[in-house]
Design a protein around this ligand. Sequence first.
Ligand code: SAM
Ligand code: SF4
Length: 334
Amino acid sequence: MTAPLIDPFQRAISYLRVSVTDRCDFRCVYCMSENMTFLPKKELLTLEELDRMCSSFVRLGVQKLRITGGEPLVRRDIMTFFRSMKRHLDSGDLKELTLTTNGSQLERFAGELADCGVKRINVSLDTNDEAKFADITRWGRLPQVTRGLDAAREAGLQIKINAVALKGFNEDELFSLAEWCNERDMDMTWIEVMPMGDLGNEDRLDQYWPLSDLRARLAERYTLTELSESTGGPARYVRLEETGQKIGFITPLTHNFCESCNRVRITCTGQIYTCLGQEGMSDLRAPLRGSESDAPLEEAIRAAIALKPKGHDFDYSRQEVAGQMSRHMSHTGG
Ligand code: SAM
Ligand code: SF4
């Protein structure tokens, strides 16, 4: 029997998020700069290497695998990888295969994703207004995403919409976005904006819209019931009693989930980050490329998990951004 991955704080690691590319067809202002320089192809894990990496984690007890990026669906031949991961679902070793996407390629891939055993997907969408959508994503176009969402629903995928809460940007859509999701049977989660990367738009900090405020505003119209259920992620949920709809909140800036953190992240270059909010990482690409056997890789994975920190240091409370990260979300895969 392979020993499971347990970190120094007795947290079992059962959830792996893997970034499969740093590239994206959008340039969301809080995530990327307009002129991004992307990595040369040889730096990226190949699809075969991604398979070995993920399969090793599954062998070590990972039960939930989330594919992210950059935009995972712009990686060439990414469906080959999804098709290959299906074997772990079929064997029962993997309980869930899922992805986080901007939705731009769903019209093309939703059916295939469903065939590969994907049941639920997260789609990031901050606004329902075409002009605002083009503004916040720079290169994205809303109708393409809504067509993708339609295709995903038709393929039977359960959708969760993730919206980044941005003061002065989508505050006015608090209720309309919730209603829009409810009408389409899509769950919805709000994410607090995180201080990621040097994007050359520091005034974005002004866009920090605390979810405590958002929640208070929801409570002015709806009766909120706190739900204790957890999806193994950092979101906390409330139910709007009047509609029965569930709304999630991801507040990475408050230390409300580190103690139950069951996840690690792999970048598209094969580095493992055991905490989203800490710089500490270990390289898994060298042991992966250095041997045909997976033994050195597994050893490196265990060594990295043994260094998983207790929690992160993000803090907006002192009027400046403390604990700011220099890497972009698109590198670690949000
Ligand atoms: N391209 C895909 C997408 O947009 O869903 C997957 C990768 S994206 C980096 C993953 C998530 O990170 C998205 O929901 C995005 O809104 C979120 N994100 C990116 N930058 C962020 C930031 N600075 N603060 C909070 N969330 C951020
Ligand atoms: Fe691309 Fe997602 Fe980042 Fe937007 S949030 S730029 S869609 S990776």
